[in-house]
Ligand binder design. Structure first.
Ligand code: NAD
Length: 495
C-alpha cells in the first residue's frame, strides 16, 4: 500500500506535487513510516509567494476587526478539534497526549492574542506637536511573510507565527518541519474553514531548496524561523543579506541552579519535568543542574529515584506512558553517543536510560531518563545541545561559580534558580546572561503575551517572537505630521 503524500496548500487549493522526491514521516513510537513529505520544489514556493502577494492588497484593506473575527472563529475550531489535533501531534512527534495538550494550549493562546489585533495595532498621537501641527504613528502590514518551523512543537511554533502575522494584515507562507508536516496540514485546514480568503495563508513542504527560495525571494518581506543554532544563523545571515526582516530562534543549553536551601520535593518535581518533559526535546529544557554546595547530596537520591520511575513507552495508544520516544533513530543514536562521550571523558552516569526496552513497541526510538553526574565544562556533553532526556549535573562551590558557569554558555535562552533566599534569587536574576529567567520555575518559557526572549546564540535578530515585539516585527511604522490651514490661508491654486 502506498503511503499518503502530504499536501501543499497554495492559493486556496490543496495539491500533491507529483514527481518530486519525498522524505519519510515516522511515528516515532513504533518506527513505522506513516506518510511521505514532498521535498518541496522551488516552483511550489514561487507559486505560494505569488499567491500570497496577490492576496495581500485585499487582505490589508480588510478592517482589523474583520481580520480578528476570522481568528475568533479559528480559535473556536481549534478548540472543537483539540483532541484530534493533539493526537496528530503525538503521533508524528512522539509527545505524550498530556504534553501535546499543553503545547497546543500554548498555541491556542497565540490565536487568542491575535484576536486582540484591533487594539494591538493602535498607534500613538500627539496633538499640537507644534502650533496647529499634529503627529500620529500607524502600524501597517509588511506584505508576504514566511515561517520556517522545527520538529519539536508541531502546532505551537507555527501558531507563534502565522496567526499574528496574518491578523496584522500580512499574507503568509508556512514551511513546517518535514519531520512533522501532518499537524501543519490540520492547522491550515481549520483556518481555511474559519473563512480565511484564498492565498492569505499558504503551506509548502520541503527542506533546504524550499527554505533558500523563501530567503532569497524578492517579494518575501520578513522571515520568522525557529530551529537549531547553525540553521538559525544561516537563515538570519542569508535573509538579511537579501533585504528581509528576520527573527531566528536557535538552540539552547539551559542551566538550573539549585541552592542548598531549595525545597527538595518541589525542586525534584520541577527538575524532572524540565529535564525529561517532552523527552528533553525542548529549547527550554533544563538540561544541566548546577548544584551548589550541599544541594547535590540533598537532591540527587530523590532525583535519581524520580528519574528511574519514569515509564517510557508509545504515546499512540490509550494507556499513556510518562515519556515518549525521541524523533528519529539517528537522533536517538546521537543522544546515546553524547552520553557515552561524557562517560569516556570522566563523567558518571548515575541513572542510565540507554538500555531501555519497550516490549510493545520494539521499533520505536526510545531513550530512558538519564542523569550524568560530575560533568565538566571541557566535555562535549557539557557544551552541545543534546535535545534528549539527559540531565547533566555539575557541582559548584557557591552561587558566584554557578552564575559564572551559566554565563559561560554560548547560548542564552533560559536559566533558573531554585532557592528560598530572595537575595540569591535577586542576584541570579540580575547577573545571569539569559533571556528568560525562572525563580523556582523550571521551564520559564513565556506565554503568548510576552516575547520569547532568547539571547546570544539562541536568537538572531532584534524583535522576538510573541507579544508586542512580534506585532512590531510584522508591521512597519508610519509617522504622519499634519497641518490644516484656515480657509483661504495657503490656498496655492488661487494665487
Ligand atoms: P532544524 O534547524 O534542523 O530545522 C528547523 C527548520 O529548518 C526545518 O523546517 C528544516 O526543514 C529547516 N532546515 C534544516 N536544515 C536546513 C538547512 N541546511 N538549510 C535550510 N533550512 C534547513 O531544527 P529541528 O531539529 O527541527 O528542531 C530542533 C531545534 O530547534 C533545537 O535546536 C531546538 O533548541 C530548536 N528550537 C528552538 C526554539 C526557540 O524558541 N529558541 C524553539 C523550539 C526549538
Amino acid at each position: 500500500m502506498s503511503l499518503p503524500l502530504v499536501p501543499n496548500f497554495i492559493a486556496g487549493e490543496w495539491s500533491r506535487p507529483a514527481g518530486l522526491s519525498t522524505t519519510p514521516v515516522f511515528n516515532p513510537s513504533t518506527g513505522d513510516v506513516i506518510a511521505e513529505c514532498p521535498a518541496g520544489g522551488v516552483a511550489e514556493v514561487n507559486a505560494a509567494v505569488a499567491a500570497a502577494q496577490a492576496a495581500f492588497p485585499e487582505w490589508r484593506e480588510t478592517p482589523a476587526v474583520e481580520r480578528a473575527r476570522v481568528f475568533f472563529r479559528y480559535r473556536h475550531l481549534v478548540e472543537q478539534n483539540f483532541d484530534a489535533l493533539c493526537q496528530t501531534v503525538s503521533r508524528e512527534h512522539g509527545k505524550t497526549l498530556a504534553e501535546a495538550r499543553g503545547s497546543v494550549y500554548r498555541g491556542l493562546e497565540n490565536i487568542e492574542y491575535a484576536c486582540g489585533v484591533p487594539t494591538l495595532l493602535f498607534g500613538d498621537t500627539l496633538e499640537n506637536l507644534a502650533r496647529g501641527v499634529d503627529c500620529e504613528t500607524i502600524l501597517q502590514p509588511l506584505g508576504v511573510c514566511a515561517g520556517i518551523t522545527p520538529f519539536n512543537f508541531p502546532a505551537m511554533v507555527p501558531l507563534w507565527m502565522f496567526p499574528l502575522a496574518i491578523a496584522c494584515g500580512n499574507t503568509f507562507v508556512l514551511k513546517p518541519s518535514e519531520k512533522v508536516p501532518l499537524t501543519a496540514v490540520r492547522l491550515v485546514e481549520l483556518l481555511e474553514k474559519a473563512g480565511l480568503p484564498k492565498g492569505v495563508l499558504n503551506l509548502v513542504h520541503g527542506g533546504r531548496p524550499a527554505v533558500d527560495t523563501l530567503l532569497t525571494h524578492p517579494l518575501v518581506r520578513a522571515v520568522s524561523f525557529v530551529g537549531s543554532t547553525p540553521i538559525a544563523k544561516y537563515i538570519y545571515e542569508t535573509g538579511t543579506r537579501h533585504g528581509k526582516r528576520v527573527q531566528a530562534n536557535g538552540g539552547a543549553k539551559n542551566y538550573i541552579v539549585i541552592m542548598p536551601d531549595a525545597d527538595v520535593p518541589k525542586t525534584v518535581e520541577a527538575l524532572s519535568t524540565a529535564a525529561f518533559g517532552c523527552a528533553g526535546e525542548r529549547c527550554m529544557a533544563g538540561s544541566t543542574a548546577l548544584t551548589v554546595g550541599a544541594a547535590a547530596e540533598r537532591l540527587l537520591p530523590s532525583l535519581v529515584a524520580a528519574a528511574r520511575a519514569i515509564k517510557v513507552g508509545p504515546t499512540d495508544r490509550a494507556a499513556q506512558p510518562d515519556m515518549g520516544p525521541v524523533i528519529t533513530a539517528p537522533h536517538r543514536d546521537r543522544v546515546l553517543s553524547l552520553v557515552a562521550s561524557g562517560e569516556q571523558e570522566g563523567a558518571k552516569v548515575i541513572c542510565d536510560g540507554r538500555g531501555v526496552k519497550v516490549a510493545d513497541a520494539p521499533g520505536g526510538f526510545y531513550v530512558g531518563a538519564t542523569i550524568v553526574d560530575h560533568v565538566a565544562q571541557t566535555m562535549t556533553l557539557a557544551r552541545e545541545e543534546v535535545f534528549g532526556p539527559v540531565l547533566n549535573v555539575m557541582r559548584m562551590d557557591d552561587l558566584d561559580r554557578a552564575i559564572e558557569q551559566t554565563n559561560r554558555s554560548a547560548f542564552g535562552n533560559g536559566a533558573a534558580i531554585f532557592t528560598n533566599s530572595g537575595r540569591a534569587a535577586r542576584e541570579f536574576k540580575h547577573r545571569v546572561k539569559a533571556g528568560m529567567v525562572g525563580i523556582n520555575v523550571g521551564v520559564p518559557a513565556t506565554m503568548a503575551m510576552f516575547p520569547f526572549t532568547g539571547w546570544d546564540d539562541s536568537f538572531y535578530g532584534d524583535l522576538h517572537i510573541q507579544g508586542k515585539e512580534a506585532v512590531q516585527f510584522y508591521t512597519q511604522q508610519k509617522v504622519t505630521t499634519s497641518r490644516w490651514f484656515a480657509s483661504g490661508e495657503g490656498d496655492v491654486w488661487r494665487k
